[in-house]
Design a binder for this molecule. Structure first.
Ligand SMILES: Cc1cc2nc3c(=O)[nH]c(=O)nc-3n(C[C@H](O)[C@H](O)[C@H](O)COP(=O)(O)O)c2cc1C
Length: 167
């Protein structure tokens, strides 16, 4: 078995949390909202706290995030699986996802999803080209985890979803 074959087998077998990442246009008067479902995301440091989000270069969300200073990272409870489906299977190039879910403008005007069980906003410290995705290194600046769910949406819940954009 080659290294890449082993890698494919391993990543297909793993389960991990899924997040909905949202962002908005760069200027105060630019209210363009964007967001997508993301599995390529992980804490990378404890002190200082750091979190890396991989956004596909094909995604509408990536193109809006290119000009943004911050991203919002949402954790979803499985009782709101429909939010993960909306953000993972539709593209902002074709539909307004924010007309199909409840949200409000949070810190810096970022769209915060009402049905998320917890969220944080992170300032984008650095961007790295990591292949067909771009890594966004975040410094958490704000958030709410009062109701964080232990029954969060994972890869196993959404692995059969057809993405709005192919990676
Ligand atoms: C299981 C699964 C995992 C995904 N992981 C990522 C990811 O880590 N990063 C990413 O940018 N898109 C990921 N996507 C794809 C986007 O969520 C999807 O293409 C979305 O429709 C893009 O929306 P947008 O064009 O409005 O940004 C994933 C989709 C699925 C179904």
């Amino acid at each position: 078995m080659s290294g890449s074959e082993a890698f494919e087998e391993i990543v297909a077998a793993l389960n991990y949390p899924m997040f909905v990442i949202t962002t908005k246009g760069a200027t105060d008067d630019d209210e363009t909202a964007a967001g997508c479902l993301v599995g390529f995301a992980s804490q990378t440091s404890i002190n200082p706290p750091r979190f890396l989000v991989g956004l596909s270069k094909r995604n509408h969300t990536f193109r809006i995030a290119e000009h943004s200073t911050h991203l919002a990272v949402h954790v979803l409870s499985r009782k709101h699986l429909e939010i993960a489906q909306l953000f993972g299977s539709e593209t902002g190039d074709e539909v307004d996802k924010f007309a199909r879910c409840a949200w409000e403008a949070g810190p810096l005007g970022l769209p915060i999803l009402t049905d998320a069980s917890a969220w944080f906003v992170g300032r984008i410290l650095e961007r790295f080209d990591v292949g067909d995705h771009v890594g966004h290194l975040l410094e958490p600046t704000d958030g709410d985890a009062a109701d964080v769910s232990r029954d969060w949406v994972s890869f196993a819940d959404v692995r059969d979803l057809a993405p709005g954009h192919e990676a």
